[in-house]
Write a protein that binds this ligand. Structure first.
Ligand code: ACO
Length: 338
């Protein structure tokens, strides 16, 4: 392994994604929930989403996305970072299993927990591993089987969340190359953690000796309140990331990719930033909100379709539980999506 050197940076060199084959349409949801296709489309922008079949875990999605990213990069990795909110089990981390199944041997492997901002927190972590010389090539996977923590009877979340995985491979390179990861603007506000959480199943509830109340093992979100914070934080962090990259403001972006939380949130943020419609990447209509995987899947699909191409100045932002958020700006490299 080579040591850290001035100017050494992490550069994106491969990308891939995987969505589970089962599709759930809005019509399917109306058969078991008091909702409508019209409500879901107009309030969220979602028409259908992918969901894991019984017995399928986050690692299964992660392995497939990771395999595609490694193929796209044409090489291996000496560290695996997995961003997820839905690990296969509470202990141990899921990443070592994923690394083993990808044939990567005994490499460093661990999970990052930052809910829907997981990909950006993972990107900063992976870039730090490379900048310090801890690793030369990092496989960053963002994967969530988010529907496994959703209350199937809660119409306010069951219509939004979905499953999927996306991955990038980062190699050691120079800070001025296309694909180089610069500063990732990150933030959190734990004072508002109650707005998005799974109340039971952690040490707080388990040490109490009191069994969880019905439904407390499921994900809960105060949607209306979260909406406001999502707009505020994604807008501010995007501005900061554009400035850190030396751009002439966020409107200098050729492409804007935001965590696919809700089409209305994305439109508000992009409008505030002055980014025209044709520069906004979106897949929420048929992918929904896949948690940590959201940004990675969006980038992989956009690169495969050609809506994201080499040389594009790309602005990325995410927001979610924690609360936690982030943004970064980079130039998209010449990579073939796997
Ligand atoms: N179908 C029909 N009606 C519904 C549904 C549904 N699926 N869900 C909620 N409603 C009802 C509510 O009960 C409410 O009825 P009421 O007025 O009689 O009380 C009404 O619709 C409006 O509810 P709101 O919650 O105010 O609806 P809103 O327009 O805010 O949309 C949503 C809800 C989609 C959840 C939105 O608030 C949102 O997207 N919030 C932010 C999500 C986000 O950014 N999360 C962070 C990232 S995700 C993460 O971190 C894991």
């Amino acid at each position: 392994m080579s040591g850290a050197s001035a100017g050494r940076a992490a550069v994106i060199t491969g990308i891939g994604c995987h969505l589970p084959p089962d599709v759930v349409t809005n019509e399917d949801l109306t058969r078991r929930l008091d909702t409508s296709d019209e409500w879901i489309r107009s309030r969220t922008g979602i028409a259908s989403r992918h969901m894991v079949a019984p017995g399928v875990a986050t690692s299964d999605l992660a392995v497939e996305a990771g395999r595609r990213a490694l193929e796209s990069a044409g090489g291996g990795a000496d560290a695996v970072v997995l961003a997820t909110t839905t690990p296969d089990r509470p202990c141990p981390a899921t990443a070592p299993d994923v690394a083993d199944r990808l044939g990567l041997g005994t490499v460093a492997a661990f999970d990052v927990s930052a809910v829907c901002s997981g990909f950006l927190y993972g990107l900063a972590t992976a870039a730090g591993f490379i900048a310090s010389g801890t690793a030369d090539r990092v496989l960053l996977i963002a994967a969530d089987a988010f529907t496994t923590i959703i209350d199937p009877a809660d119409r306010s979340t069951a219509v939004i969340f979905a499953d999927g995985a996306g991955a990038v491979v980062l190699r050691a390179g120079d800070a001025d190359e296309p694909g180089a990861v610069g500063r990732v603007v990150l933030g959190s506000d734990g004072g508002l953690n109650r707005l998005i959480q799974v109340p039971a199943g952690g040490s707080r509830q388990r040490s109490s000796g009191v069994a969880p109340a019905a439904g407390e093992e499921f994900f809960r979100m105060a949607g209306r309140e979260v909406y406001r914070h999502a707009v505020e934080r994604m807008t501010a962090s995007s501005r900061e990331a554009a400035e850190a990259a030396g751009w002439d403001g966020p409107a200098a972006a050729d492409r804007f990719a935001a965590h696919q939380a809700n089409a209305r949130i994305l439109a508000t943020v992009a409008d505030d930033l002055g980014i025209p419609l044709q520069r906004r990447l979106s897949n929420i209509e048929h992918v929904g909100n896949t948690g940590a995987a959201s940004l990675a899947v969006l980038l992989a699909q956009s690169a495969a379709e050609g809506t994201l191409a080499a040389g594009h100045r790309l602005l990325l932002t995410a927001f979610g539980g924690g609360l936690a958020w982030g943004a970064t700006a980079l130039v998209w490299p010449d990579v073939k999506a796997g």
